[in-house]
Design a protein around this ligand. Structure first.
Ligand SMILES: Nc1ncnc2c1ncn2[C@@H]1O[C@H](COP(=O)(O)OP(=O)(O)OP(=O)(O)O)[C@@H](O)[C@H]1O
Length: 774
């Protein structure tokens, strides 16, 4: 374990503007920074306020310090420790614009301006490529924390137009209080180029997701983490370490006071999580504090190990010595002094490779089992498998070929293996014997001291094994040919699909946005509702429950219904909205595709520019006009996207509203129809009763419909209550049991008509009985 306090460095940002009195103490090898703040007469004549404020650091980097120096002094030792298996953290702290991003990531204009991240990556991969005695694996993650929410900057599946578009990262804590970050991509990077690509992807996401409104770069914290695992060749121990490179949010505070004012008065941080960071720092720097409030914020939770834990941590305080920034700069220095009091206990993160450990333990268990079986006399009776047989054959061959007479054939306590090896040895002896005697027909003469029958045994066994091998070979070739056939089928289907796609690209769903698809789906469902056919107004379930007659009645009813026109109007509007939504959805999709193209162009352009810088062909122009043009286009497309998706959203709300209206109309219509149905039924029955005898001649269409479906229980699944109402009405309509009354058209066939009349009579009696019973 290495016990070490957090190392603190300060970097002064170069400026051409007037500076305050500040002074780097060169006698102390540049480890002290002093600010001179003259007393303000406005504070009165008697004023014994301090004028000199002195802060000590491991080293002060003055305005002339370049990126190379910063890397060599600060980052290289940390990177070396990470390679050795210790965790490391470097974090930059300072007010907005003081040079945190410049120090951690670097400037975008000159190759020499590369910051700590690219230089560290370069250093690590250079070391890794040189060291052939170790196997290294590296993974990268890039997290942005804004307003206490974490965002994954490396998720390739998400298009980041706003910070909120990026996948949200959440914190999980296991029972050992280890922090796990859910949803944070951990991407493997085999070399420097891949790692730089990831850094670029993260920075692009950060840049594109950033808007002037949220000022994400100033208000957010970014943690770029390199996860390194190393293993010596052939060794079972692995070392896994992490290096966090942290660009914190601007540390400025509200209630900033002038230099001559109350400099010492603590103001509040604008960024809440920096306030929590300070609380953690204070708690850690105080002795005997049992509780450290790491959990208060996401940033302190993620950096828990870096602050007072298993890590070698370094802080870079970035300050500006311009007069207007002096108070903030002193605040930064004061914060650094507190940080310097924190002690970390860095551990060598070494553990046994779990995969190798499992193999090793399995082997040990097997050998112990075999030993136990030998001691207890319980031998395994199952046959050796193909793999074991092969291994034993190899072992015997090695044993026989070894010129050393002392060499042993180690088979463990498994008697099956011992027997098999004896058998193999015997076969080999026989083969050699046959060769010496010039017998080439494959059937060796019996060994000395062996009967013919005994000699045959191993030969038979060998034959059996050969048969098994042939059998297995056959099986394998059958399976392979089956596999090939299946593969061919899949290829055929794929090529057919591709053909289909080429013939009619519009059917390819992947090119459409989910919104457009959704709209289309809804439209499909909706256009299937043909309002000229009334029964479509009733849900499928209910249609199946309605008799044909009632369905026809419903059509008639709807034709004359007062709401019909409104319903049809709504339907037309809805259809129109669906078409509009589909068009807008396609537009949104197009914009998305365009932005993707532009992003690719941007990436290529930046790579080209970086290459030019490398080869020294880069012009000294301030900005790249091509890049600017692409960025402007992205911006324009972003605006388009926002507008179109906004319209789509509005349209969706309207569609939902119209669909709701349609549902309401449906319910109302059904209810009206049911009432009408009952009333009409009662009216007709009453009418028919008055006109007994003439029923056959006076049959209204509805009465036909009613009577054609003479189900005594009614045609639908009405409630008990309604059935009772119908029964009452019919009863009222049928005061006598006159069988001559019926509106049922008779068929002319005597027997059928007699049956119909018998049925009517029975039904009538039944209705009367139930009425009396009541
Ligand atoms: N040491 C330096 N040498 C040259 N330029 C610098 C240096 N430090 C900062 N700058 C420049 O100052 C500007 C602001 O720096 P930078 O963006 O790094 O500040 P910051 O502290 O990260 O701000 P923020 O909190 O808003 O992210 C940039 O244009 C950067 O190039």
């Amino acid at each position: 374990m290495v016990k070490q306090t957090i190392q603190i460095f300060v970097r002064v940002k170069p400026t051409k503007k007037p500076t305050s009195g500040y002074f780097v103490d060169c006698e102390e090898q540049g480890s002290s920074l002093e600010f001179v703040v003259p007393r303000d007469l406005a504070d009165g004549f008697i004023n014994n306020k301090r004028e000199n404020y002195n802060f000590r650091f491991q080293k002060v980097f003055d305005q002339t310090a370049n990126q190379e120096e910063i890397f060599e002094t600060i980052a290289k030792p940390v990177a070396d420790n990470v390679l050795a298996g210790y965790n490391g953290t470097i974090f930059a702290y300072g007010q907005t614009g003081s040079g945190k991003t410049f120090t951690i990531t670097g400037g975008a204009e000159h190759y020499n301006d590369r910051g700590i991240i690219p230089r560290t990556l370069s250093y690590l991969y250079h070391h890794i490529s040189k060291d052939s005695s170790m196997v290294y694996t590296t993974h990268i993650s890039y997290l942005e924390i804004y307003n206490e929410a974490g965002y994954d900057l490396l998720n390739p599946q998400h298009e980041a137009y706003r910070l909120e578009d990026l996948p949200r990262v959440t914190i999980m804590e296991d029972s050992d209080q280890n922090i796990h970050l859910k949803n944070l991509s951990l991407l493997q990077s085999a070399n420097e180029e891949e790692a730089l690509d990831l850094l670029f992807l993260g920075d692009t996401n950060r840049m594109i997701a950033e808007t002037p409104m949220n000022e994400a770069s100033t208000r957010s914290h970014c943690i770029f983490t390199i996860h390194l695992c190393s293993k010596e060749l052939g060794s079972a121990t692995v070392r896994c370490s992490k290096l966090h490179l942290v660009d914190l949010a601007g540390s400025e505070r509200v209630g900033k006071t002038g230099v001559g004012g109350q400099i010492l008065t603590e103001a509040k941080y604008i960024n809440l999580s920096l306030h929590y960071l300070e609380q953690v720092i204070i708690a850690l720097s105080e002795k005997n504090r049992s509780h450290i409030p790491y959990r208060n914020s996401m940033m302190t939770s993620v950096l828990r190990d870096s602050l007072g834990g298993n890590c070698m941590t370094t802080m870079i305080a970035t300050v500006s010595v311009e007069k207007r920034n002096i108070a903030e700069s002193m605040s930064t220095c004061r914060f650094a002094q507190r940080v310097a009091l924190i002690k970390n206990d860095a551990l060598l993160n070494e553990e046994l490779d779990p995969a190798l450990l499992i193999v090793r333990l399995k082997k040990e268990i097997q050998s112990l089992k075999e030993e136990l079986a030998l001691v207890t006399g319980e031998q395994r009776s199952d046959k050796l498998n193909q793999e074991e047989i092969q291994q034993l054959e190899e072992q015997v061959n090695v044993y026989l070929e070894d010129p050393d007479n002392e060499v042993t054939l180690d088979l463990g306590p498994d008697m099956r293996k011992i027997h098999f090896c004896f058998f193999l040895l015997k076969v080999k002896v026989r083969e050699r014997h046959s060769a010496q005697n010039g017998v080439s027909n494959g059937s060796s003469p019996p060994l000395k001291g062996m009967s013919d029958g005994e000699d045959r045994k191993p030969h038979d066994e060998l034959q059996k094994l050969r048969d098994t091998v042939t059998h297995r070979d056959n099986e394998i070739s059958i399976l392979v040919s089956m596999l090939k056939r299946e593969k061919r089928k899949v290829q055929d289907v794929t090529s057919q699909l591709a053909q289909l796609h080429n013939q009619n690209p519009s059917t390819c769903s992947s090119s459409r946005s989910p919104t457009a698809l959704q709209a289309e789906e809804s439209e499909k469902c909706d256009t299937s509702l043909d309002y000229t056919h009334a029964h479509h107004f009733i849900t499928r379930k209910r249609v199946s429950e309605l008799s044909v007659g009632k369905q026809t009645a419903f059509e008639v009813f709807l034709r004359d219904h007062e709401d019909r026109l409104t319903i049809e109007d709504n339907r037309a509007v809805l259809q129109q909205r669906f078409v509009e939504a589909k068009t807008l959805g396609e537009q949104v999709n197009q914009t998305r595709i365009r932005v993707n193209e532009l992003k690719t162009q941007l990436k290529i352009r930046r790579k080209q520019m970086a290459a030019q810088v490398l080869t020294g062909n880069q012009t000294e122009s301030e900005s790249d006009s091509v890049e600017e043009r692409i960025l402007n286009q992205i911006e324009e497309q972003k605006k388009n996207y926002t507008i179109t998706s906004g319209c789509l959203k509005g349209l969706r709300t309207e569609i939902e509203h119209l669909q709701l209206l349609r549902e309401k109309s449906k319910v109302k219509l059904q209810r009206d129809f049911e009432n009408w149905w009952i009333q009409e039924g009662a009216r007709l029955q009453g009418h028919s009763a008055e006109n007994t005898g003439s029923s056959l001649s006076h049959v209204s269409p509805l009465s036909c419909m009613l009577t054609r479906n003479n189900n005594p229980k009614g045609d639908d699944t009405d409630t008990q209550e309604r059935r009772q109402r119908e029964r009452d009405m019919r009863q009222r309509a049928l005061p006598s049991a006159d069988l001559s009354f019926t509106s049922i058209p008779l068929t002319g066939d005597k027997q059928t008509d007699a049956e119909i009349q018998a049925f009517i009579r029975a039904r009538h009696n039944l209705l009367n009985c139930t009425g009396e019973a009541k």
